[in-house]
Design a protein around this ligand. Structure first.
Ligand code: ADP
Ligand code: MG
Length: 251
């Protein structure tokens, strides 16, 4: 699909020789504009490596990656300025909000557009509008330490969205949140995806939110990624599959 994100046969090997770690061995993935997909898999399976490659934080070993109609990597970076790529195309959300403790909530969110040259008043207005949309507008003048965990994560989401990036990469964004707040954050990301046509990948092993994904990728042993329909991971029903069969016949 032309829009959104595509990864084709992306390989990432850390190190070389005897100590090489084959973190990704040929990952294929696609996310449409406006779509939120989940990425699940056991610890060490390569989830963070995949997000870091796509987010131009680390360089893949080989493969192809596109964002929108722009090929960003094809057995080598296709973009000269990777900082600009990260700033303009990617919003990151991490497990911890990583807010800047000595800036208030508004400035935490306004910082990126300010650094990009927007007048401070314009950047702050953009930040406040987004904070309102995320239901934390009433905390705009607070310092990060005065916020609850859920509020901090909303601010972190606002910061990721402020430049309206076409891609959001969220690595375990709900890990520090309780069930209700975790679901609220995912609902919010779904709203944002639709509102801003953003392609979003959420890495998670949070059982509470996994059923909310319409599409899910499962990465196993760091080797491959495959699409699995929702629900296939649930235990098979202990009933006869065909008339006359017993459940035990099928086990
Ligand atoms: N900088 C690194 N150097 C060497 N090996 C790494 C590095 N980062 C991750 N790995 C290894 O790559 C594999 C995948 O790691 P990671 O992508 O962090 O997995 P996940 O996020 O699914 O837990 C693991 O075996 C991990 O130890
Ligand atoms: Mg990880």
């Amino acid at each position: 699909m032309a829009d959104g994100i595509t990864l084709e046969n992306v390989v990432k090997t850390y190190g070389n020789g005897d100590t090489a770690v084959h973190a990704l061995r040929g990952v294929n993935m696609s996310v449409a504009k406006g779509e939120v997909v989940g990425l699940i898999g056991p610890s060490g399976s390569g989830k963070s490596t995949l997000l870091k490659c796509l987010g131009a934080v680390i360089e893949p070993t080989s493969g192809k990656m596109t964002i929108g109609d722009q090929c960003i990597y094809d057995n080598g970076w296709k973009v000269r300025d990777l900082r600009a790529l990260r700033r303009d195309l990617i919003g990151f959300i991490f497990q911890a909000p990583y807010l800047i403790p000595f800036l208030d909530v508004t400035d935490n969110v306004a910082l990126l557009p300010m650094l990009a040259g927007k007048p401070n008043a314009v950047a702050r207005k953009m930040a406040r509008d987004l904070l309102d949309a995320l239901d934390v507008g009433h905390r705009a003048a607070a310092m990060p330490s005065q916020l609850s965990g859920g509020e901090q994560q909303r601010v972190a989401i606002a910061r990721a969205l402020i430049n309206r990036p076409p891609v959001i990469l969220a690595d375990e964004p709900t890990a520090p949140l309780d069930g209700q707040r975790a679901l609220a954050v995912v609902a919010l990301l779904n709203d944002m995806a639709q509102q801003f046509d953003t392609a979003i990948i959420i890495v998670t092993h949070d059982e509470k939110i996994i059923p909310t994904f319409k599409r899910l990728y499962n990465i196993r042993e760091g080797l491959t990624v495959e699409e699995i329909p929702q629900g296939i991971a649930s235990p098979a029903p202990a009933v006869a599959l065909f008339e006359g069969d017993t459940a035990r016949d099928k086990v």
